[in-house]
Design a protein around this ligand. Structure first.
Ligand code: SF4
Length: 337
């Protein structure tokens, strides 16, 4: 067993980078696990541009000197997101259960590697839902790690962890950061020469109100709230419009969106204006003929032919290809999500 090996979970945000540096300063070799739950903005942007290439760690995370392992846990995570036992924060973010799951997996990896403890960059009192004292205790319990979980940034304010009791780490090496101020972290970043780090919150779209509305709508449409691996990507691109009959249209805002939307053609009908540049529109099935015609008008209304009286729109699915002449516009009874 390697006494000087520790496993940390890292989003790549400043707190987790600092936690790595603090644990390294104690003399530990660090394996940093960078999870992907499917809703990280950075990961989604990667999948837009490189659909089949693997994720890679951020430069800032690599620069810590930790060995980084990326774990895609979408399939394990989605059922938890549909029914999180400890509820959500302000939007769709089930932070307590999310941390609990990540740490449970990190604990398994720690056992495989023979590391002595698992750590995070959590800061006491920094986030109202997931980082108050009670939540930190809940996360430690549901992860199965109990007092083998170390929070190096706030550890001096918390009861002694098992590695402390065993003399592996000393209290004096742990920090006493708490609260929402970022001042201490910014000072520490300078001390550790960390200059290039992302904004707080790590870009998790589950904390974004608009994105959460789209996800809630998707859950309503899916029996059993079952998500597929690429659903988060489709929720991320384009404008999402509810049609009067209840179907949903996703309208590309630019070439990049259009390219992504085409990847989801198997979900329904793809609409494009024949004679004018403009958006690619996906209308998910099931859809009524009336909603499909509304979507055709919307498709024309967002394109370069919007000033014309009539525009021809091609409507295709795997079997049917048709063309309809429509009046461009955004008909009443539609609603943007
Ligand atoms: S912000 Fe997102 S990734 Fe972070 S703990 Fe909450 S749900 Fe998980």
């Amino acid at each position: 067993m390697n006494e000087k090996l520790a496993v940390g979970i890292s989003s790549g945000g400043l707190d987790s980078l600092l936690a790595i540096k603090v644990v390294q300063r104690m003399g530990f070799r660090v394996i940093a696990i960078n999870f992907s739950i499917g809703f990280e903005q950075g990961h989604l942007k990667h999948w837009i541009d490189h659909p089949s290439s693997p994720l890679s760690p951020s430069k800032a995370l690599l620069e810590t000197g930790a060995e980084v392992e990326i774990m895609d846990i979408r399939e394990e995570y989605f059922p938890l997101l549909a029914n999180p036992p400890h509820g959500t924060g302000a939007h769709c973010n089930p932070c307590i259960d999310c941390h609990g799951m990540m740490l449970r997996i990190a604990g398994r990896r720690s056992d495989e590697l023979g590391s002595k403890f698992v750590f995070t960059g959590e800061v006491l009192g920094q986030r109202p839902m997931s980082q108050n004292r009670q939540s930190l205790d809940v996360v430690a319990r549901i992860s199965g790690l109990g007092n083998r979980l170390v929070r190096p940034l706030s550890g001096a304010l918390l009861p002694p962890s098992a590695p402390e009791q065993e003399g592996l780490i000393s209290r004096g090496d742990l920090l006493d950061i708490q609260g929402r101020s970022r001042k201490r972290q910014i000072e520490l970043a300078k001390e550790f020469s960390i200059t290039d780090y992302p904004a707080p919150a790590g870009g998790c779209l589950l904390t974004d109100g608009n994105y959460c509305s789209r996800l809630k709508d998707l859950f309503l449409r899916r029996p059993g709230k079952i998500l597929h691996r690429d659903d988060p990507l489709l929720l991320f691109v384009g404008r999402h419009l509810l049609l009067p009959g209840g179907a949903k249209a996703i309208i590309g805002r630019d070439e990049r969106d259009n390219g992504v939307i085409e990847r989801f053609a198997h979900l329904g009908f793809i609409l494009e204006a024949v004679d004018f540049p403009g958006p690619t529109v996906l209308v998910e099935k099931p859809v009524s003929d009336a909603d499909l015609m509304v979507a055709a008008s919307v498709c024309a209304g967002y394109g370069k032919g919007r000033g014309e009286k009539r525009v021809t729109v091609r409507i295709s699915d795997e079997r049917v290809h048709s063309q309809k002449e429509v009046t461009p516009g955004i008909p009443e009874g539609t609603r943007l999500l």
